[in-house]
Write a protein that binds this ligand. Structure first.
Ligand code: ARG
Length: 457
């Protein structure tokens, strides 16, 4: 008979039980559930709502249950309705005082506080993972501030940059992800325990005390909202989705860079896979899987948003679906991040191939036009002049570097011997020292500032 079975005439159907049960998912919150109960019962005794002796007995047994689960002496019953019922049931089996635990509490505020604590914990794990990834990117960037590569727009070679500059773009993305997670966590930090089923309780509970015991900034300020708010889960999964989107873009690039068409990097054998039929293959499966798993996390965000959109206040059972979507997202992002980080750390960069690619595609054409502009020609005229030079080079199998000075001067008298230096890729890169630019000194300063910033996390 279920704990709530007193008013029912018959036992619940086996199919209802299976369908209704959430233990397979919410058993992951066992530690949060026990912590929540300990805080609750401590407060109940403090407020003289239950006697101190019973509270001590309950706390003792809850701690024992926790350690029995950890050692395997107690196995969570897969047929229990949920983790809350299982723990309360087990506690009551061990001590009659257990029957007092649920005084002034409902599963609605219980699940809300458990889930919030679990979500905040997940958020911190993912933040630490993101920091590790940023550090891996910083390390590769530091080693490649002079590694010239083509920068792209439309996946067409555009202007010369460095590999460090390219990686630092991702560092900026992941820094924003970190601040999104921190922001979501800040807003999640109000404790719903004490909201009861929906309208708090008539007992003289102390919500500030339980909030503090559980590490929250304070209690939630409306009980209907407290039990039925899942914004925190949505915000975090939204932040997770953006992390996945960033990871997926990086992965897409790594997949391209590993191809024979680019060969800008080579993955360590420890982070690549082979083919069952083609002996020569070395595949970037990790990057592909991360790209693929991005869809799962987006899907979970959609699940949560859709789950909430039609719900009247306050708690509705629909909300039991929240944990699976959240936990799957948190686990997926965590798994992706902890695999990507060592893959990036061990990735071998091939600067010669990047340099070779940078030498083709006229990526210094803008600089050539700027050369004329600096000598007094209007930019639009310079643009046209260089466009015609590029056409001439393409027709004659030349590059701007191999074009003779005579040919240059035929196009404009402003050209002189110093044009070759002006269009050298090293010059093009080192002159772009504006804030955010690829010049080695600029990127080095950026790397240092990020390192300093990370110390605050
Ligand atoms: N397993 C439930 C959930 O995850 C716990 C809350 C149940 N509350 C209720 N009134 N049925 O949402």
């Amino acid at each position: 008979m279920a704990l709530w079975g007193a008013r029912f005439h018959t036992q619940s159907d086996r199919r209802l039980d299976e369908f209704n049960s959430s233990i397979a998912v919410d058993q992951n919150m066992v530690n949060e559930d026990i912590a929540g109960s300990i805080a609750h019962v401590t407060m109940l005794a403090h407020q003289n709502i239950i006697d101190q002796e019973s509270a001590d007995e309950i706390v003792k047994h809850l701690k024992q249950i926790k350690s029995d689960i950890e050692t395997g002496a107690l196995v969570i019953d897969p047929e229990a309705e949920d983790i809350h019922m299982f723990i309360e049931g087990e506690l009551t089996k061990r001590t009659p005082a257990g029957k007092k635990l649920h005084t002034a509490r409902s599963r609605n505020d219980q699940v809300a506080v458990d889930f919030k604590m679990y979500a905040i914990k997940s958020c911190r794990i993912v933040s630490a993972d993101v920091i590790d990834l940023i550090n891996a990117l910083l390390e590769q960037a530091e080693a490649n501030t002079e590694t010239i590569m083509p920068g792209y727009t439309h996946l067409q070679r555009a202007q010369p940059i460095t590999f460090a500059h390219h990686l630092m773009a991702y560092v900026e993305m992941f820094k924003r992800d970190l601040s999104r997670l921190a922001d979501a966590e800040k807003r999640a930090n109000q404790c719903p325990l004490g909201c009861g089923a929906l309208a708090t309780t008539t007992y003289p509970i102390d919500r500030e005390m339980t909030a503090e015991l559980l590490g929250f900034d304070g209690p939630t300020l409306n009980s209907l909202d407290g039990v039925s708010d899942r914004d925190f889960a949505i915000e975090m999964v939204s932040a997770f989705s953006q992390i996945m989107m960033h990871l997926s873009r990086l992965c897409e690039e790594i997949i391209l860079w590993c191809s024979w068409e680019f060969k800008y990097v080579e993955l360590s054998d420890a982070f690549a896979t082979g083919s069952s039929i083609m002996p020569q293959k070395k595949n970037p499966d990790v990057a592909e899987l991360v790209r693929g798993k991005t869809g799962r996390v987006y899907g979970n965000l959609q699940t949560l948003l859709t789950m909430m959109k039609g719900l009247p206040l306050a708690y509705n059972k629909d909300m039991q679906e929240d944990k699976e979507a959240f936990m799957d997202s948190a686990a997926t992002v965590h798994h992706c991040l902890i695999t990507m980080t060592p893959m990036i750390e061990t990735m071998r960069v091939l600067p010669e191939n990047m340099r070779k690619a940078a030498a083709k595609g006229f990526i210094n054409a803008t600089d050539c036009a700027d050369y004329l502009t600096k000598k007094g020609m209007a930019f639009r005229d310079a643009y046209t002049t260089v466009g015609q030079l590029v056409k001439y080079c393409m027709d004659h199998g030349l590059t701007l570097e191999t074009l003779s000075l005579t040919d240059y001067q035929k196009a404009s008298e402003l050209f002189d011997e110093d044009v070759y230096d002006a269009i050298a890729l090293e010059t093009c890169v080192s002159k772009r020292k504006a804030i955010g630019g690829p010049a080695p000194e600029t990127v080095k300063a950026h790397i240092e500032s990020v390192k300093k910033e990370l110390k605050n996390y």
